[in-house]
Ligand binder design. Structure first.
Ligand code: FEO
Length: 402
């Protein structure tokens, strides 16, 4: 086991012993062009503790990194902060190999692990605020349910001031650089925002509650160690500031103009709308579903003040790729958006009704009448589109001053 992979020291007694997935390009529907990491951590001491494990295929890499510090069989305890399989896929095998005294999880974690593995495994349940001593190290637990699963929790190691935040404060970014100060800040913000938009955005009210609650927890955090991407050792406050902004989704002067097209009509309309938005003093980002992935759409919407969306009608329904994107976006529950709808059709025109209903379901405030064009827009129709852009821009500016 010992040999290929090395652990990376995080603090006096803590090591990163995770795995780097350079090839990951799709994380359950979220495009990950930069790959990811599955971070597991070894807390050394008189009773060594492993915090989380890795995706099943990466078990040998994790064991090899552990072995660069100690024999994995010396591990006495395993803490599972979250039961999703990118962190527990290798847990059953790890338990067999390590044979720890105890496995710890939240109450919901114990249930979720049983529902995944259908095992006869004792799990010691820990609750919000619990403190346990494992040998010469002290651990505290923070219940973070629905951030982003019912079982999610954080673990804090008091001696080292390290907060193990599982998916929270993470990002999909494969690299050999393990720490925030080793990665370009623009990449950290971009990938952090993409992760937030695609994983945590639906739970933004809970994120705000957690951030509000944080000072009262009395945790002297010097390092935030998530289960994906870099460890925040230089500036853990930075990712918390970003989470405050992303979870608030205050109105902005950026607009997303999303469209799909069959023969170019909705493209022409989208470009005219973008021209109107710009003339109204806001910054449009035009996204075609022919070239933009739904997960990039979610990222753009995270810091947008408006969503203007258009699609053709096909077989008495919306163009299918738009249904995919809107279903995904609706599930992510973006907040504080104004919006409008446009589309082209041949003889029935249901795409407009579909999109209006979707915006209504998403609580997007439709601030302009929809523009509907038969077959191909003429000059007058494009002027209507431009006026739609101006109207949306005006509503955005008004909302920003409220
Ligand atoms: Fe990284 Fe919710 O798993």
């Amino acid at each position: 086991m010992k040999g290929t992979f090395q652990a990376v020291r995080v603090s006096d007694r803590i090591y990163w012993v995770g795995a780097v997935d350079w090839e990951l390009r799709d994380f359950h529907g979220y495009r990950t062009p930069r790959g990811s990491t599955y971070n597991a951590y070894l807390v050394t001491g008189s009773e060594p503790v492993l915090i989380d494990t890795v995706k099943s295929a990466f078990l040998p890499e994790m064991l090899s990194r552990i072995a660069s510090v100690m024999d994995p069989k010396e591990i006495r305890h395993i803490i599972s902060n979250h039961s999703e399989m990118d962190h527990t896929g290798s847990l059953p095998q790890t338990l067999q190999i390590v044979q720890p005294d105890r496995l710890y999880a939240s109450a919901n974690g114990a249930k979720a692990l049983a529902a995944h593995f259908h095992w006869d495994q004792d799990v010691q349940v820990v609750k919000d605020g619990d403190r346990i001593e494992l040998g010469d190290a002290s651990f505290r637990f923070v219940d973070t349910r629905m951030l982003h699963w019912p079982d999610s929790m954080f673990t804090f190691v008091e001696s080292d001031g390290v907060l193990f935040s599982n998916d929270g404060f993470g990002m999909h970014l494969a690299s050999m650089e393990r720490f925030d100060d080793e990665v370009d800040e623009a990449i950290l913000e971009q990938e952090g925002a993409k992760y937030y938009a695609n994983i945590l955005m639906p739970f933004s009210p809970l994120v705000r509650k957690l951030l509000d609650r944080f000072p009262s927890l009395g945790l002297d955090v010097s390092v935030i160690a998530p289960d994906h991407g870099p460890i925040w050792r230089k500036n853990p406050g930075r990712i918390m500031e970003w989470y405050r902004r992303w979870s608030t989704q205050a109105p902005t002067d950026r607009a997303v103009v999303l469209f799909s097209t069959m023969w170019g009509s909705t493209r022409k309309m989208a470009l005219a709308i973008a021209d109107g938005l710009a003339a109204g003093g806001v910054s449009p980002r035009v996204m075609s579903l022919g070239t933009s992935h739904r997960s990039d759409l979610a990222t753009s919407v995270l810091d947008a003040g408006a969503l203007v969306v258009g699609a053709p009608t096909m077989n008495n329904n919306v163009f299918p790729v738009m249904a995919d994107a809107m279903t995904y976006l609706k599930g992510l529950k973006p907040q504080n958006l104004v919006g409008a709808v446009f589309g082209s059709y041949g003889w029935s025109g249901e795409s407009i009704t579909y999109l209006e209903q979707m915006l209504s379901d998403m609580k997007v405030d439709r601030v302009a009448d929809s523009v509907r064009v038969q077959y191909v827009p003429d000059g007058d129709a494009l002027e209507h589109c431009r006026q739609l852009g101006l109207t949306v821009a005006g509503a955005m500016k008004e909302k920003m001053t409220m």
